[in-house]
Design a protein around this ligand. Sequence first.
Ligand SMILES: Nc1ncnc2c1ncn2[C@@H]1O[C@H](COP(=O)(O)OP(=O)(O)OP(=O)(O)O)[C@@H](O)[C@H]1O
Ligand SMILES: [Mg+2]
Length: 581
Amino acid sequence: MKCPRCQAENREGARFCRECGATFGAVCSSCGAKVEAGSKFCDGCGAPLAATPVPGPAPSRFASPESYTPKHLAEKILTSKSALEGERKQVTVLFADLKGSMELLADRDPEEARKLLDPVLERMMEAVHHYEGTVNQVMGDGIMALFGAPLAHEDHAVRACYAALRMQESVRRYAEEVRRTVGVPMHIRVGVNSGDVVVRSIGNDLHMDYTAVGQTTHLAARMEQAAMPSSILITADALRLAEGYIQVKPLGPIPVKGLTGPLEAYEVTGVGRVRTRLQAAAARGLTRFVGRDAELDQDQLRKALEQAGAGHGQVVALVGEPGVGKSRLVWEFTHAHRTREWLILESGSVSYGKATSYLPVIDLLKAYFKIQARDDHRDIREKVTGKLLTLDEALKPALPTFLALLDVPVDDPEWQALDPIQRRQWTLDAVKRLLLRESQVQPLLLVFEDLHWIDTETQVLLDRLVESLPTARLLLLVNYRPEYQHGWGGKTYYSQVRLDTLPPESARELLQPPGGRPWSSTVQAALDRAHRGEPVLSGGERADPDRHEGPGRPAGRLSPRDRARGDSGAGHGPGGPGRPD
Ligand SMILES: Nc1ncnc2c1ncn2[C@@H]1O[C@H](COP(=O)(O)OP(=O)(O)OP(=O)(O)O)[C@@H](O)[C@H]1O
Ligand SMILES: [Mg+2]
């Protein structure tokens, strides 16, 4: 028989899944014994089970992924499915369940129980879908979700952890309400692991059949079972992929059924400071910067900076394939002596942020107003009011707009009276005015990264800002991958820097060991293998160029001017990452 939760094959009559540990039976309400699904009487005490109020399987609206997967995700899955079938993919698996739901609801009518349980499932699923994961299985009181397949995402582990935080937060809010009204405590546990699966097929009902390679699914389920109520446990493999993007507390090695030795587990406690891959690399220490002097020193960037500094605002776009070095060039530029006198404000779109309006703008404002993650509404109100009025009293009417963007309740009657279209207009206008006014105090370097993931509202804001640039002391530096397009190409104050892969001599320079010493024979052999196109890694070896400290910038030390987004630690709203909409 198949486990309805993780799809693993189990022997007929098994009471627990040997892969994920799910219980196949129900619980007898009189003696508490586990009974097989479908039994009429408890085989422990003989009590009739018809009235056993267990939550049972999820109702039909949760029966197949087709019935609960949002339409836009369903369409994406169906268009990309043929490319995935037969593929071995690295994914992140998430298990979530309601702790002790059966005991919790033991003396409740099943229908009443479902009424309490379904909102929990809905919140879990909403969080998964928010980060474009897919719920592969729904049980009476929990779900199993996948990130990275069938929808491919390079940052699947980060998404899974953010989804876990989001569901803990939204279920916590719901549980508070249930505790107040019904008096029942509710807590969910979440477990996350990353590993490989082979995708066998994706049905038209969106159900994905796959084979886990090694312990991929099993360990995620085990993490969930080992988690304390209301917590999130992840494995070292998941952490390695999400490092910096999340905050964790190491729990040390914990015993895991089915494994000979214990396994390191980590509790996810919040969102990390890092929002981009380069920030994660910078925190570990960057490699020495090579081969881009032409772009940095001579041409467009330097000229654009000079012109913008003289009051003729400019837009410069860095365009290139993933990993080619766009963010690194921005990092070098914003840390160069030339931009020392500039106010640098940095923001960017994130891969899971398209659905959330203004996410990069909110990040930008948080950095500008120096808002920290721990700040409450009062702190935020004080900081925004103080800074805005110090800059210019004339900006006072824009105050409600900023507060609303930052999720602070606004009691201003004029703001309340606006309809959504007017609010949008005010918002665009307020942010633009703030930036332009600030650029009168000192030149402003505004960085917007990863425009290929931009949301519509932020795009409109940038378009408006670009229109106002010619008379502003403002350099708008953006970067994106080649698939993105904008309408600024015809502006005289627009220029584009196309980044190509580094030439072989720079790549060789990048591979020089620090201090001019030769590489050890092992490293040299690996480099030779790579040069011949042979596999470099074997056994426990891992390649991570950014762990190697070059002689250039001191590893991991960010200068005081390093106002990288997320530096304030306030990148996300209280509902977890990606601001609750
Ligand atoms: N010129 C360079 N010298 C040394 N290291 C570099 C250089 N360019 C990029 N790198 C390193 O390569 C990695 C990828 O670069 P980066 O993050 O800048 O790519 P990207 O173009 O921004 O990619 P994405 O589109 O995914 O954001 C980083 O770790 C960065 O430090
Ligand atoms: Mg980048």
